[in-house]
Design a binder for this molecule. Structure first.
Ligand code: FE2
Length: 158
């Protein structure tokens, strides 16, 4: 039997510079870790967990990708179209997997975990990280304009 995989641990290395997107990524980690935690379970429990978790993962990822693309557009991040395309490809992979599972052809549990871990970690570390500077600029602009608004409100009081 293959070595059990450790759970995915979110560290600052995965931060993309926006708290809401980091929180959504952490949620995706949790969903995948729900499955990682079942490596010692019997095959029936594993199969059922995959049937339960995969659609949730797909739906959550879809919503997260939309939110991410929206913020990327607001931040004026480069390569938005290429990034969107990667999201589409990731969702298509999950959909294909879903189709196989629906047809009773579930891949070995360990392989599925390797796929999902790579699917998420690689996307964040390689693709998402590219928009981090743009996101930081967006956040800073937001903070500055908030501060400016406060200053203006204070100035009015005097
Ligand atoms: Fe992304």
């Amino acid at each position: 039997m293959s070595q059990p995989l450790p759970p995915l641990r979110w560290t600052r290395l995965y931060s993309v510079g926006h708290p809401a997107l980091d929180a959504q990524h952490r949620r995706l980690f949790v969903l995948i870790n729900d499955l990682v935690g079942l490596q010692q379970a019997d095959a029936t429990a594993q199969r059922q967990a995959v049937i339960d978790t995969l659609p949730r993962l797909g739906k959550y990822a879809e919503r997260h990708f939309k939110a991410e693309e929206l913020l990327m557009a607001r931040a004026g991040a480069d390569h938005l179209d290429a990034h969107r395309e990667k999201h589409r490809a990731l969702l298509a992979q999950v959909q294909q997997l879903q189709g196989e599972i629906d047809a009773g052809k579930q891949p070995p549990f360990h392989e599925l975990l390797l796929f999902l871990r790579y699917w998420l970690a690689e996307h964040i570390l390689v693709t998402d990280k590219r928009y981090a500077p743009a996101m930081a600029t967006l956040l800073m602009a937001g903070e500055l304009s908030e501060a400016a608004a406060e200053q203006a409100a204070e100035a009015e009081l005097w």
